[in-house]
Write a protein that binds this ligand. Structure first.
Ligand code: SF4
Length: 315
């Protein structure tokens, strides 16, 4: 059973196309701060075309072009790039930017902001960097006891975009018991793509003996898909970067296999898994569609400006 939706979301598609077009337009090397999206195959493919992935802007030569990844960056990173006169293209997903804006707004109104997310994840570092004095990180339900706020009547929760919806709501319910005036974000922070992929995997998990999730180990939404599959009926579930990581013994005694992929995963990697399963007698996959997606984001404004200028120069 093949879950749909799966794979690329609008934010990942935009970020990958941004690097491709920057390479075409400016020529290599193009520097990218952090992995543009959390997928090994995507990063290696772009490296072969001339992208250089760095951990921070101080590794980028002065004056060079650097792209910020889909996960977003703190204002301090923009400032550091500006000080070193780097040319920048910001490929932060617009749905991450939305959470940044919420953080700034609630900090301006002097709220305590409880950011539910995973410590050390780039997106969380970027969002927290918007208002470090107002934001405290809540990793999950186990953190709730330790949360202290200045004024329980001025407290709001926000979240990372790629969390488990169910676990986040458990955390929020515990926080609300502690702070009954806890305010919700103005709209869902867990993005449409994360939610849709979790709904789809729940549906196939209930009927699968094994669920294979294609995605990299640092991809938060891919790792969540394994957890959600196990919570919703799959007898076993494993994450693999690619078909080469499947252990044939996982298939022992397995009648139905479910397959899905995280939001940063190219479809080719899923098709290779399906071909592997077909060779082992699992037949044609039945696609189980729980939502249709047609969202598209326009390219970052800096890149659109460069491409427009190039078209004008050619005309
Ligand atoms: Fe944007 Fe969601 Fe995709 Fe992250 S997973 S890039 S927030 S659409």
């Amino acid at each position: 059973m093949l879950a749909a939706p799966r794979g690329y979301c609008a934010g990942v598609d935009r970020a990958v196309v941004t690097v491709e077009k920057a390479l075409e337009h400016h020529g290599p090397p193009v520097y990218v701060r952090k992995q543009i999206v959390h997928n090994k195959h995507v990063v290696e493919t772009l490296e072969r075309r001339g992208a250089i992935f760095v951990d921070d802007t101080d590794e980028v030569p002065e004056g060079a072009l650097v792209i910020f990844s889909a996960h977003g960056v703190a204002p301090a990173v923009h400032e550091a790039a500006h000080r070193r006169q780097l040319r920048t293209i910001d490929a932060t997903c617009p749905l991450v930017t939305k959470v940044h804006k919420e953080a700034v707004r609630f900090a301006t109104d002097d709220y305590d902001i409880l950011l539910i997310g995973h410590a050390g994840h780039e997106e969380v570092e970027g969002t927290a960097g918007e208002a470090p004095a107002h934001i405290q990180l809540v990793n999950g339900p186990e953190d709730v006891d330790q949360v202290v706020v200045r004024d329980p009547e001025r407290v709001v929760w926000l979240s990372q975009t790629t969390l488990s919806v169910d676990e986040t709501m458990t955390t929020v319910n515990l926080l609300r018991k502690k702070f009954p005036q806890l305010q919700d974000p103005p709209s869902d922070d867990i993005c449409y793509a994360t939610q849709n992929r979790q709904v789809a995997v729940k549906k196939i998990a209930a009927e699968s003996d094994l669920v294979i999730v294609v995605g990299s180990s640092n991809s938060s939404n891919s790792v969540r898909l394994v957890e959600v599959a196990l919570e919703h009926g799959a007898r076993a579930s494993y994450r693999v970067d690619n078909v080469g990581e499947i252990d044939e013994t996982w298939l022992d005694g397995v009648g139905t296999v479910g397959v899905t992929s995280g939001a940063s995963v190219p479809e080719i990697l899923v098709q290779e898994v399906l071909a592997y399963l077909t060779e082992r007698g699992y037949g044609q996959a039945e696609e189980v569609v729980t939502a249709e997606e047609d969202l598209l984001f326009s390219l970052p404004k800096e890149l659109r400006r460069d491409l427009k200028a190039a078209r004008a120069a050619q005309a």
